[in-house]
Design a protein around this ligand. Structure first.
Ligand code: NAD
Length: 510
């Protein structure tokens, strides 16, 4: 790992902020040591930003915006193209660091870097497609159209489980839109942020661009809260728990700023009697135990038709005991550790609580000990028979617990259960019956931002808009027209006639 860190420019003690070219804040006494959840070893330490550091970074971002907004969008796209190429050059090292710092398996670490590369490609194309519409004016010799202008400084608050991809979804779109951004990564995974910022620095340097286009600030909730309350940051994109999103949404709303909230999920897969279980099973298991259940789109609930319930349960109970749980960088591992011991406590508490409500633990829930598991962060994924209305099932536990919920009757009963939670991120149905699939996708179907057929809940592509409804926050980022939130929209009417007709035929003779 030392070699990887060296290649990526991550040092033993890293600065509290970077405004692209300049790094600072190392005098800060408040440092945080980052341990890998995989083996508990120290990866590095970071200085935590102070209020003064925050001011410095915001000022730089504001200054850079004045220049960056004037760079033609396709030229901004060219800078993003170069960033994408550098990410390609460093894919292996970055993937390893993501895996080691966060605990997801290497394949997923590499997948996360690939997601960054993909969104760069998407943003490059987008840089020539920031289209507005033209309209026909009701007045003669008048022209009406709309255009999208850069918004300003975009604050990006990210969660630990996707330490870099979520930043790129926001930052690459914001960049082609002409915005500057300030990224506050999770305090649990700041080193991947430091590595990315080194890559950004080299691209800014090579193109003699002003620092302050891409900024990094390392801090905890306090720095995030500053950003949320700061009128100089017109858009705050925050990814994390619903608890955090409510606070950020309230603070941004109080100043009538814009927020893009990507919060917790409570995702379900429906298995109807017409499901093809040969494709459903891998989708369920990847969704439930992949990333050790620490994806916002992880499968938490499995809503199973009573006619196939016992069969599905038996298949799962055959797969779960053989899941390879271990070091995320080791070949063959499919389930890595939880991020920290607090998370293990949360996992065990939820299992206890659901059992006290009447749930039946079928397998898993143990804390692994012994060689290779010394960190106290490795657990066995759990399966619990439960009811949808249990309080524990209604909450998102960010750990590998899969609740089996039985339904009878037709697909509408399953959809009601699927929608019967406060969150609305990802959902899916496995069925070969067209009526069931279309009902699930209809306006009376899934109420989530993501609804899939014959694919699990986990693992979205960057081309679509990503996000969810209800307590998931309503934000959309990544593909489709998600870029519009990073720009301000302006309607223009131009009169090239020799008179001044008023709209709606109003006469106002002066
Ligand atoms: P978290 O809410 O603890 O922290 C997320 C980020 O918010 C961190 O950077 C943290 O420092 C910051 N933060 C915390 N309190 C804040 C406050 N009051 N003001 C401003 N910033 C604050 O979440 P986590 O444990 O890092 O991540 C797991 C959660 O994130 C899960 O609920 C998961 O579902 C969710 N998540 C959602 C998506 C999505 O796209 N919907 C993606 C990834 C993760």
């Amino acid at each position: 790992m030392r070699q990887v860190l060296r290649e990526l420019g991550v040092q033993a003690h890293n600065a509290a902020w970077s405004t692209g070219l300049e790094w600072g804040g190392t005098d800060n006494k408040n440092t945080r040591t980052i341990h890998s959840p995989a083996d508990g070893k120290v990866i590095g330490a970071v200085a935590m930003a102070t209020a003064e550091d925050y001011e410095h970074v915001v000022t730089k971002a504001q200054e850079a915006f004045k220049t960056w907004r004037l760079v033609p969008a396709p030229k901004r796209g060219e800078i993003v193209r170069q960033i994408g190429n550098k990410l390609r050059d460093h894919k292996d090292d970055l993937g390893k660091l993501v895996s080691y710092e966060m605990g997801k398996i290497l394949q997923e670490g590499l997948g996360e870097v690939q997601e960054m590369i993909d969104i760069c490609d998407f943003a490059v194309g987008l840089s020539r497609q920031l289209h507005g519409l033209t309209m026909h004016s009701e007045r003669p010799a008048h022209r009406m159209y709309e255009q999208y202008h850069p918004l300003g400084v975009v604050g990006i608050i990210s969660a630990f489980n996707f330490p870099v991809a979520v930043w790129s979804w926001n930052a690459m779109l914001a960049a082609v839109c002409g915005d500057t951004c300030i990224w506050k990564p999770s305090e649990k995974t700041p080193l991947t942020g430091v590595a990315i910022q080194h890559i950004i620095k080299s691209v800014l340097e090579e193109n003699e661009l002003p620092e302050g286009i891409f900024n990094l600030i390392i801090g905890d909730a306090e720095i995030g809260a500053k950003m949320a309350a700061d009128g100089r940051v017109p858009l705050v994109s925050a990814t994390g728990s619903t608890r955090m999103g409510k606070k950020v949404g309230e603070a941004v709303g109080a100043r009538l700023g814009k927020s893009l909230l990507e919060l917790g999920g409570n995702n379900a897969i429906i298995l109807t009697e017409h499901a093809d279980l040969s494709i459903a099973m891998p989708g369920i298991v990847f969704g439930a135990v992949g990333t050790c259940g620490q994806r916002c789109t992880s499968t938490r609930r499995l809503i199973i038709h009573d006619s196939i319930y016992d069969d599905v349960k038996a298949r799962l109970l055959k797969i779960y005991p053989n899941l390879p749980i271990g070091h995320p960088l080791q070949d063959g591992t499919l389930v890595g550790p939880l991020i920290d011991k607090d998370s293990v406590v949360g996992f065990q508490k939820a299992l206890k609580a659901v059992q006290s409500e009447g749930g039946k633990l079928l397998i898993g829930g143990e804390l692994l000990e012994g060689e290779g598991y010394e960190t106290g962060t490795y657990v066995t994924p759990a399966i619990v028979e439960a009811k949808n209305e249990y309080t524990t099932v209604q909450d998102e536990t960010f750990a590998p617990i899969l609740y089996l919920i039985k339904y009878s009757g037709d697909v509408t009963a399953a959809i009601e259960l699927q929608n019967g939670v406060r969150q609305g991120l990802s959902s899916s149905i496995f069925t070969l019956n067209m009526r069931e699939a279309e009902t699930f996708l209809s306006q009376a179907g899934s109420d989530c931002g993501i609804a899939n057929v014959n694919i699990g809940t986990s693992g979205a592509e960057i081309g679509g808009a990503f996000g969810g409804e209800k307590e998931t926050g309503g934000g959309r980022e990544s593909g489709s027209d998600a870029w519009k939130v990073y720009m301000r929209r302006q309607t223009n009417t131009i009169n090239y006639s020799t008179t001044l007709p008023l709209a709606q035929g109003i006469k106002f003779d002066v």
